[in-house]
Ligand binder design. Structure first.
Ligand code: SF4
Length: 104
């Protein structure tokens, strides 16, 4: 099952998802910003942060941003490839992590 199909079944869709980064574990390699620059960006401190829908860098610890469905595959790839294991994708409704180090 593809990520997009999962999103349309139980894991995601229609089911709103959000993503956050644990900067304490970020290595600053920038893989996430390469996969999904609409969602992730490196700040001047060399660490990755999520961005709001209107492209604002969100730097508060633990802050989340919605995952746009067209970008879900890229965001999940970022979480899977993240060397810091610090990208967390969770359901908005119940906060359950569906992709990332704390997902089942
Ligand atoms: S992929 Fe992970 S470790 Fe690398 S910059 Fe992004 S959040 Fe940080």
């Amino acid at each position: 099952m593809t990520v997009q199909q999962e999103a349309v079944s139980g894991t995601g869709a229609g089911v709103p998802l959000e993503v956050w980064i644990d900067q304490d574990l970020c290595t600053g390699d920038g893989i996430c910003a390469q996969y999904a620059p609409e969602v992730f960006e490196l700040d001047i401190d060399g660490l990755a942060y999520v961005k709001s829908a209107d492209d604002e860098l969100l730097t508060e610890p633990g802050v989340t941003t919605p995952v746009p469905l067209p970008l879900l595959t890229d965001v999940v790839a970022s979480a899977n490839e993240c060397p810091g294991d610090c990208i967390h994708v969770r359901r908005v409704a119940d906060g359950v992590e569906v992709y990332g180090p704390d997902a089942d």
